[in-house]
Design a protein around this ligand. Structure first.
Ligand SMILES: C[S@@+](CC[C@H](N)C(=O)[O-])C[C@H]1O[C@@H](n2cnc3c(N)ncnc32)[C@H](O)[C@@H]1O
Length: 355
């Protein structure tokens, strides 16, 4: 398919012409968060009901179950709590969760995109741009599909030459292309080493270094509390296995999955599987405790999502929502739930079936 020459593509090409090749991480960061033309900056209609991709956020049943998790966590923490939603998207999920909560709480959304912050505020949500705006407090953090939007470096196995990083530059026709160069940050090699990942010749892997400072920021403000991530990902040995030798980077343009990250720069979403091994090891090294990991389907069932079906008259449409969210052939197994807690708290909500 012919690439679309977007405004952001023009801006990025000019930058490469004047400053030279850039890491894929910097390219992805600009594609998603450029101050004017970034995909998220322009406030896309994430989770739109049109198109083949279901997302959790558009289902009321999901908000109901997350509110139940927050309520259970709040009871354990005691007193009034802060709920911190990470990357609130269109604010639909946040508004839904707030409408289901009957505990004393303050609801805050952390959002990078200025366009999405405005839409979330219109929905009545309190929004902050950075974790620096928050003081330490009893908190339940919840993030649905946020870590998968963090910019990633791309590295490639080069046989005897070791590992190289992929940089974005321009080919002889002035089009974006990727070329290997020396790694921009030794932490990339360190991460591969720590996780015992060997990349064979031509094997590409995405690595996210952003999670470390992000988790540090969360650890500072969650005193005490729980941190709950819902995302697609896996342990490092699976994500970086030969099965994913071209990496897990993918892209969505107008609700269609496409493979070219340069197809419509700034108009397409870019995302990669989350390395849960790295999230767990970084969190625990900060002093957080790993509370557990389960499939979304099991988590929602343990939280009693089926109660939501019985609370309305539109039984069949409610049942369908629950089936999509929990089914092994749909979102129930697409997404996993990773949970962390500050020391001393019991295991988090929904990790175990209630007897
Ligand atoms: C894939 S969307 C998911 C949105 C929403 N949670 C949902 O489920 O529909 C990713 C969201 O995370 C936000 N985001 C990405 N990186 C972020 C960061 N470092 N801090 C806060 N928000 C971030 C994006 O702007 C966007 O709102």
């Amino acid at each position: 398919m012919q690439r679309i020459q977007t405004e952001l593509a023009r801006v990025m090409k000019d930058k490469i012409r004047t400053e030279g090749p850039m890491t894929f991480r910097d390219f992805m960061s600009a594609s998603l968060f450029h101050e004017t033309y970034g995909f998220y900056t322009k406030a896309p209609s994430i989770g739109s009901p049109v198109g083949p991709f279901d997302t959790n956020a558009k289902f009321t049943a999901f908000g109901f179950a997350v509110a139940e998790a927050i309520t259970q966590a709040a009871k354990v923490i005691g007193g009034s709590i802060r709920v911190l939603e990470l990357g609130g998207g269109t604010g639909q999920l946040g508004a839904c969760i707030v409408s289901c909560l009957s505990i004393p709480h303050e609801y805050v959304v952390l959002e990078t995109s200025s366009g999405l912050r405005a839409i979330q505020a219109e929905k009545g949500l309190k929004v902050v741009e950075t974790l620096q705006d928050l003081m330490p407090a009893p908190t339940v953090v919840f993030g649905n599909e946020v870590l998968d939007a963090f910019p990633v470096h791309r590295v490639m196995g080069m046989g005897d030459e070791g590992v190289r990083e992929l940089f974005v530059e321009l080919d002889e026709d002035g089009e974006f292309c990727e070329r290997p160069g020396a790694v921009s940050n030794q932490k990339l090699l360190q991460r591969l080493q720590e996780e015992h990942i060997h990349l064979g010749r031509g094997h590409i892997a995405e690595l996210c270094l952003e999670i470390t400072p992000f988790l540090q920021g969360l650890e500072r403000v969650v005193k005490p509390g729980y941190i709950i991530f819902v995302d697609y990902g896996d342990k490092a040995s699976n994500i970086y296995s030969y099965h994913h030798r071209n990496g897990t980077l993918r892209s969505y343009y107008q609700q269609q999955q496409i493979h070219d990250p340069f197809f419509a720069v700034g108009q397409q979403d870019l995302t990669a599987d989350v390395n849960f091994t790295a999230v767990i090891s970084e969190s625990t090294s900060l002093g957080l405790e790993f509370a557990g990991w389960t499939s979304q389907g099991a988590w929602l069932k343990n939280l009693g999502i089926r109660n939501w079906v019985e609370r309305g008259e539109d039984f069949y449409s409610r049942q369908r929502e629950v089936d999509v969210l929990t089914g092994a052939a749909s979102l129930g197994s697409t997404f996993d739930v990773l949970m962390f807690k500050t020391p001393g708290l019991p295991d988090g909500p929904g990790l175990h079936a209630r007897s």
